[in-house]
Design a binder for this molecule. Structure first.
Ligand code: HSE
Length: 368
């Protein structure tokens, strides 16, 4: 396998190092803006030097962002090359453009590192759905948010200080709002649900609430009630109805999610036969992410394409009623007060997210 590597940053460099010296695959060209001297590969500046090179059969996209990454990936597929990417924003945003094109061109397209970094989540989901119906996917999919919430809970630190630490450690996206506003998790759960349920979820029907507004006083409230706050994604199928959402969620101390430390992820599917299966590990970072890119390359060598058939458009319906912790401006029915915050009577997911849109300074968390 001859590989054209797009990008030589955190993930790209990791892929180069892990594949160096393998006899089944070689990175022969690297597209990057800086002048890098590589012993076994040529550094190029123009994507055409990769897309028009017939000796390259597989492209690894490790640039991040939507453009020009999507344009380059598309050009590679059109040229009949297999593609492996870790870019969840790209795959999620252009799902309806990429998947039919991949099928038409008969190439392999894989993105295991896009959800869960080094965890073999999407590849296990691919195996799981071969033998059973998947009923639910979700969990803790963002290392930065987990790092922030874990440090606030264990050490009583405040939000801004811990976010800075997460950025220093290289967990956060280039724009950390992608992490703390839940967008990264949103991309990941939509992609997971699309694969698990064989659909293409209408992204606008999947609401997302992040952790930006959480304060130390909220964490104190949760502790006093034996609860731990985590950013949790959910995708569920019940008969023909699919629900999907991302939101801070209060779990009981002692539940598996409550114990997830630092920047780790814990992702779960519920299958009709296997029942609940959870996957724990490093959800970010150079080598864990690059490890799963290389796993995908090995799968491409074995002829494994995308994880699931491309399915039709589906709108998520989020009528499930939950009890919520709300700090800031709630004027609906209240079950009790925790300090200045309200614990609501049951309110549907759709209704609470609609309320949050109008009250963007509030902090909400579903109570599980
Ligand atoms: N910023 C992401 C995270 C990286 O914190 O999980 C992996 O997608």
């Amino acid at each position: 396998m001859k590989i054209g590597l797009l990008g030589f940053g955190v993930v790209g460099r990791g892929v180069y190092e892990i594949t160096e010296g393998r006899d089944d695959m070689q990175v022969t060209k690297v597209l990057c803006l800086e002048d890098v001297q590589l012993p076994d590969a040529e550094a190029v500046r123009d994507i055409r030097q990769i897309v028009e090179d017939d000796s390259i059969d597989t492209v690894v996209e490790a640039m991040g962002g939507l453009h020009p990454a999507y344009d380059f990936v598309r050009a590679a597929i059109v040229a009949g090359k297999n593609v492996v990417t870790s870019n969840k924003a790209l795959v999620c945003t252009f799902y309806d453009e990429l998947l039919p094109l991949v099928k038409e061109k008969g190439v392999c397209f894989r993105c295991t590192a896009a959800v869960g970094g080094g965890i073999g989540w999407l590849s296990e989901l691919e195996r799981a759905r071969r033998v059973q119906e998947i009923r639910e996917v979700g969990g803790i999919m963002n290392g930065t948010c987990n790092y922030i919430l874990d440090n606030m809970t264990r050490l009583g630190l405040n939000y801004d200080d811990v976010l800075k630490q997460a950025q220093k450690l290289g967990y956060a996206e280039a724009n950390p709002s992608t992490d703390v506003d839940g967008i990264d998790t949103w991309h990941k759960v939509i992609l997971s649900a699309n694969i698990a349920f064989g659909v293409s979820l209408d992204k606008d029907s999947v609401p997302v609430a992040g952790i930006r507004n959480i304060q130390a006083q909220d964490v104190e409230n949760f502790k006093a009630h034996g609860l731990v706050c985590k950013l949790i994604s959910t995708g569920k199928r019940d008969g023909g109805v699919i629900s999907a959402y991302v939101q801070p969620t209060l779990v009981r101390e002692g539940e598996p999610e409550a114990a997830v430390p630092m920047n780790y992820n814990l992702i779960t599917f519920v299958g009709a036969t296997s029942e609940r299966m959870s996957f724990f590990g490093q959800g970010a970072g150079r080598y864990p992410t690059a490890y799963n890119v290389v796993q995908d390359l090995v799968d491409v060598l074995a002829g494994r394409g995308f994880y699931a058939p491309y399915g039709g458009k589906v709108t998520a319906v989020n009528e499930e009623k939950l009890t919520w912790y709300v700090r800031g401006g709630w004027n609906g029915s209240v079950k009790e007060h925790w300090g200045s915050a309200a614990v609501t009577e049951p309110v549907s997911v759709a209704e609470m997210h609609a309320w949050l849109k109008e009250n963007s300074n509030a902090f909400i968390a579903a109570i599980r």
